[in-house]
Design a protein. Structure first.
Length: 717
């Protein structure tokens, strides 16, 4: 709530919305306990009113809206069209143009009908796949399957549906069998005495594995998903029509979102997974209470959970999310776990809950040498921040700390790796750009009907003034695009990577829905993440749909595919506004860029990556597969020839060695898990041709200043 208040200070329309909605809703919400359907109706009412009054670009809830929600919802709950049949769709279709009216009237008829039918069809599906997997497949028949489910119609009858299931399972079996045969051949090559398994044996193993996997999936759906989960899918089919980044969070999803944004939570620091009816510890989070206690281990099965000295609760058959809720809790409180150890012994383990940090969320850095010079690499997975506790870690503080440690190692240049960084806090990215430039505008934000607001770096200090390269790819989005765009506009560094970033140029706010209801007796209502602003580069251009275009484009597997925000049907349009007043560096990177392009053009591995990208583009519309063993193998063999040719890309290894910083090395003696994670990261970087060329680029940039700092040697325009 604190975050919402702070963020809304300058957005009076949103404040008025909150006030108005609170007054409206408090007037008709009764205080007595209601059944779930009443809570669902309330959620529909809340979401539509908040969106109509608070979304950046609200859409009309009319018949066209209704048809799109209808299509989206059915695709969300039956994407491969293996549950519903045509008679179901005919029954549903009478509501296709009236969902808008049902939303406004808080009518749940369509949801109730489709949800009940889905659960019924899913239950019937068990008998279908169990029957199919009882007997061997006949792979001599000449038949095909099309997997372009968006274009396939729903099955006319239950017999057609059974045939679709049969073909889907048969295709999966063919793929698994051919993979197993290759493994068998490899074992024979390694050991001439090894007796190959027969085709019949492999086929039986594959069917048994398929049955086990499907049973586990359907058990999960039956035991782990309740009405609230299904209703959340329906709600998101509605709210996502406003734009792709508007999303309803159920209470559980909101908690997970908060953890992902802050990288911290209060609990014992263990990752759990379902194993039949039990809950298994899959991993201990390094540095967490369970890890420090050294009693709980990966592989332990949790049987009971007790709060302090209270009687422990048997969790057999309980939903995983419910088990997690019982194990999590406030810092300083005790939880007692009754576990079955891997040796079969039963043990009660007491753990005092504490603040847990998910290490993989946070920034990390490494040192690499090139031609006797040291360079720093900072990998930032997201622009994280804790809105509830400003004392917790955030990306700005962590990156600033990593820069200081790298400077102490006398680096000659810095690489900011923002590949796959999906964004995060707007406040954090504005401050982070300020580490590399004197004071000045960073980004512009615009609310509907208002003039753009410039968000500046107000600190004239420059923490790092040396050569800088920013790495992006197709999945670098939002805050990472703000960072890359600002560095590019100021000519402060060079942006390298995919031809463009994701293209998310919108700002979202998470609104706690509980704040609108006085005397709420329905329990936690969750939250709505909704788009309230668009952001623009300081040059006036939007990154929406277009993304940030790299100064140096690296070929990648997706070079010829149009990926990103532009592919989203409900994405907001691109536009531009007047530029802000800013002063870029008077520096030209033309020679550095030209040299890199020459290296890329003459590099055999980059050329092979480009060829692979073309091949992927050519195959993107191939949706028909033979279910005849001989024909399928021919297709696989042809594909394998290409894959074998491209396999050398994944086997590529550059000449560089990457090292952790001294403070981290000091931790390795006590934290072997952290050491293993860093070693894996360094191994990945040694296989990264993109990082190798980025080092070439930053090495060339060093010659521009012939000194230490850009701001010491280069003037501003």
């Amino acid at each position: 709530m604190k975050r919402i208040v702070e963020f809304m200070k300058k957005n009076y329309k949103v404040i008025l919305l909150v006030t108005a909605l609170s007054a409206i809703l408090w007037s008709f919400i009764p205080t007595q306990k209601k059944e779930d359907p009443e809570k669902d109706k309330l959620l529909l009412d809340l979401l539509t009113m908040v969106l109509e009054r608070g979304h950046y670009s609200p859409v009309a809830i009319d018949d066209d809206f209704s048809k799109k929600v209808y299509k989206k919802y059915l695709n969300n709950i039956d994407p491969t069209k293996r549950f519903f049949i045509q008679s179901d769709i005919e029954e549903f279709s009478k509501y296709e143009s009236s969902i808008d009216d049902m939303i406004l009237n808080k009518d749940l008829t369509f949801f109730n009908l489709t949800n009940a039918r889905l659960l019924k069809r899913m239950k019937e599906s068990r008998a279908i796949y169990e029957n199919i997997l009882e007997n061997p497949f006949d792979f001599t028949v000449k038949e095909y399957i099309n997997v372009d489910y968006d274009k396939l119609p729903f099955c006319e009858s239950k017999s057609d549906l059974e045939d679709r299931w049969r073909k889907q399972l048969k295709l999966s079996a063919l793929s698994s069998i051919t993979d197993k045969q290759k493994l068998e051949e490899d074992k024979k090559k390694d050991d001439s005495k090894y007796e190959l398994k027969s085709f019949e044996t492999l086929e039986k193993e594959v069917r048994e594995n398929s049955l086990k996997s499907l049973n586990e999936y359907f058990d999960f759906v039956e035991k782990e998903l309740d009405r609230d989960d299904w209703f959340a899918i329906f709600l998101n089919s509605i709210v996502e029509r406003f734009d792709p980044h508007t999303f309803y969070f159920s209470p559980d999803d909101k908690e997970k979102f908060d953890v992902s944004m802050s990288g911290t939570f209060q609990g014992i620091g263990a990752r759990l997974q379902k194993k039949n009816d039990a809950v298994e510890v899959s991993e201990l989070i390094s540095g967490g209470p369970a890890w420090r206690g050294k009693e709980l281990e990966a592989g332990d099965l949790i049987l009971k959970v007790g709060q302090g000295k209270e009687e422990p609760l048997d969790i057999a058959g309980m939903r995983l999310d419910d088990v997690v809720k019982k194990i999590k809790g406030p810092k300083g409180t005790e939880v007692r776990l009754t576990v079955k150890k891997v040796d079969g012994t039963i043990k009660v383990i007491s753990i005092i809950r504490d603040e847990v940090e998910t290490e993989e969320t946070f920034a990390k850095s490494s040192i690499v040498e090139k031609a006797g010079k040291k360079y720093g690499v900072i990998y930032l997975p997201k622009f994280y921040i804790s809105f509830e506790n400003k004392e917790n870690r955030d990306a700005f503080k962590d990156v600033a700390a990593e820069i200081e440690k790298l400077k102490a190692q006398n680096i000659e240049g810095l690489i900011m790796d923002l590949r796959d960084n999906g964004g995060g806090s707007l406040e954090t990215v504005v401050k982070m750009v300020g580490l590399f430039i004197p004071e000045g505008p960073i980004v512009q934000v615009k609310a509907p009907g208002r003039n753009p607001e410039v968000l500046p770096d107000k600190d004239s200090r420059v923490q790092y003034d040396g050569p800088l390269v920013v790495m992006i790819n197709n999945f670098s989005a939002s805050a990472s695009e703000i960072f890359a765009a600002a560095i590019q506009d100021y000519k402060r560094g060079i942006v390298v990577g995919s031809k463009h970033s994701y293209g998310k140029g919108t700002v979202q706010n998470v609104i706690d829905l509980n704040q609108f209801i006085r005397g709420n007796s329905y329990g936690d209502l969750g939250a709505l993440k909704t788009t309230i602003q668009k952001f623009y580069r300081i040059n006036g251009g939007s990154t929406q749909r277009e993304g940030v275009k790299s100064d140096i484009v690296f070929p990648d597997r997706f070079s010829y595919l149009d990926m990103g925000e532009r592919d989203e049907e409900s994405a907001l349009p691109w536009d531009k506004i007047a530029p802000a007043k800013y002063q870029p560096l008077s520096v030209s990177y033309d020679n550095v860029i030209a040299n890199s392009k020459k290296r890329i053009a003459s590099n055999p591995t980059f050329n092979l990556i480009n060829e692979n990208a073309k091949w992927i583009f050519e195959r993107k519309d191939e949706n028909d597969f033979s279910l005849n063993l001989i024909d399928f193998k021919k297709e696989i063999d042809q594909t394998d020839l290409k894959i074998k040719k491209f396999k050398v890309i994944s086997e590529y290894k550059n000449q560089y060695v990457f090292h952790s910083l001294p403070d981290e090395i000091a931790l390795f003696e006590k934290d072997t898990l952290l050491k293993q994670k860093r070693e894996r990261w360094h191994e990945e970087m040694q296989k990264d041709i993109y990082l190798e060329e980025t080092l070439n680029v930053i090495s060339d940039m060093k010659s521009l200043t012939k000194g230490k700092g850009f701001y010491q040697k280069l003037s501003m325009n």
